[in-house]
Design a protein around this ligand. Structure first.
Ligand code: SDX
Length: 426
């Protein structure tokens, strides 16, 4: 909605008026689309002050530490809903009725198997490949198996692809783990919940019955909820950009997985646990904090800071409570949790972090929970990708529903002016 105007005075030209847009919540935004026709671009590397699209899916207030999915606060969803219900909300915009939820969860449950030939695809990877490399490759390759519904211009095809991805990502994720440890793949089971089925595919073996621990099942479901979507983060923007060219949904999600893998983004949970293991004891914390503040040292406090949150990440709060629950349920004491708690306490009272509004983010505690569940750190981002698939799909679908326009940013060119080429062979 544009009910205000901004005036821009350009050098040597008449002032121009730009619409000021306001949404339901959040800051007002200057519509700069007409600047191109006036010979100007905006310059914003990293998009720190740029809105790339309009969306109704998720709202974040970084200053207040607010995260809403279709208007529902993340803490209420994490404590009172379940991942599949949150998936329905993200994809459809409203909470489902009992009947709608039954139908939705049945469709998801009954599409969890992947094409049997894909098992052979795994064999092409080294056993010691990073599971994210395997997940990225296999997800992109799904396009080779499900091309019967990949015309992105047909809404029914988009819906089928969405269900296939939501259903099959836990199967692919668990297969990445099983392949990495040389154990046989475990088929999905329709009698288990989404999180329970994933744990079963991860940990059961043909040799003995595996019983899903309800506390771990609930904790995994909560982790999936907390990672489901997060507005226009790097990987979601990657999915939107890939999708803007009309690329098929499997290719778009594979692009999102690739972007999420980076340690500044979804790879931070794995990097955070490695950092805590490197710190090892509370006594070593001051040295690591010194390094984190040293501009000449590339070390950063993994799991701390966020482009948007300049307050506590509301997901980190729920994650910390869940971490204590899981360790208590397992009767475990993790020295790294002590290190994490002390690191958090010291950092939150350190002027460097206070001035820069650096708080723990979603990745600070998730690794400790997953480690307590017996999941190796190399699988942490795989689980993040599995959980975020619904967010990527929701944004990909919203982009198509709104009418896609290929994403094609410009640049500030500072290279050579035109010059003649002198060939060596002339
Ligand atoms: C996720 O976007 C999303 O929504 C992502 C995500 C999602 O759900 O999709 O929330 C998931 O990716 C969470 C973030 C996980 N990443 C990490 O935990 C890695 C560590 N964090 C940093 O790399 C950093 O905080 C970022 C990348 C998360 C944000 O970086 P920005 O917004 O580009 O900020 P910046 O790098 O410009 O930092 C501002 C200042 C700098 O100091 P000055 O130059 O002003 O002196 O804060 C400093 C930075 O050096 N700083 C840190 C720090 N993070 C920022 N210093 C030490 N340790 C850190 N972790």
């Amino acid at each position: 909605m544009a009910d205000k105007k901004a005036t821009l005075n350009l050098p040597g030209e008449d002032a121009i008026e730009l619409d000021v847009l306001s949404g339901t919540l959040g800051q007002e935004e200057i519509d700069v689309r007409s600047l191109g026709s006036k010979g100007y671009f905006t310059f914003d590397p990293g998009f720190t002050s740029t809105a790339s699209c309009e969306s109704k899916i998720t709202y974040i207030d970084g200053d207040e530490g607010v995260l809403l999915h279709r208007g529902y606060p993340i803490d209420q969803l994490a404590l009172h809903s379940n991942y599949l219900e949150v998936c329905y909300i993200l994809l459809n915009g409203e909470a489902p009725t009992k009947e709608q939820f039954e139908e939705f969860s049945t469709i998801v449950t009954r599409h969890t198997m992947i094409h049997e030939q894909i098992h052979h695809l795994f064999r092409g990877f080294r056993r010691d490949s990073h599971p994210m490399a395997v997940m990225c490759g296999v997800t992109g390759a799904l396009a080779a198996f499900y091309h019967d519904a990949m015309d992105v211009n047909i809404e029914r095809h988009r819906e089928i692809a969405a269900f296939r991805l939501l259903s099959k990502m836990p199967t692919v994720a668990a297969m990445c783990y099983k392949y990495s440890i040389g154990q046989p793949f475990v088929y999905p089971r329709n009698d288990l919940s989404y999180a329970g089925n994933f744990l079963n595919m991860m940990f059961s073996t043909p040799c003995e019955e595996y019983v899903v621990n309800p506390v771990l099942e609930r904790a995994m479901d909560r982790i999936l909820i907390l990672h489901a979507d997060h507005e226009q983060n790097a990987s979601t923007s990657t999915v939107r950009t890939a999708g803007s060219s009309g690329a098929n949904p499997f290719a778009c999600i594979a692009a999102g997985i690739a972007s999420l893998w980076g340690p500044a983004h979804g790879g931070a949970n794995e990097a955070c646990l490695r950092m805590l293991e490197e710190i090892k004891t509370v006594e070593h914390i001051p040295e690591f904090l010194r390094r984190a503040k040293d501009k000449n040292d590339s070390f950063r406090l993994m799991g701390f800071g966020h482009r948007v949150y300049k307050n506590y990440d509301p997901r980190a709060t729920v994650m910390r409570e869940t971490c204590h629950e899981v360790l208590k349920e397992l009767g475990m004491k993790d020295d790294l949790l002590e290190v994490a708690m002390e690191l958090e306490h010291i950092a939150l009272n350190d002027p460097y972090f206070i001035e820069r509004k650096l708080y723990p983010n979603v990745d600070f505690y998730s690794g400790l929970i997953l480690k307590a569940m017996g999941i190796p750190s190399s699988m942490f981002t795989v689980i993040f990708a599995m959980a975020r698939t619904v967010g990527w799909i929701a944004h990909w679908k919203e982009m198509h529903d709104d009418g896609i326009k290929i994403a094609r940013p410009r640049q500030l060119y500072t290279g050579y002016d035109q010059r003649d080429f002198n060939s060596l062979t002339k």
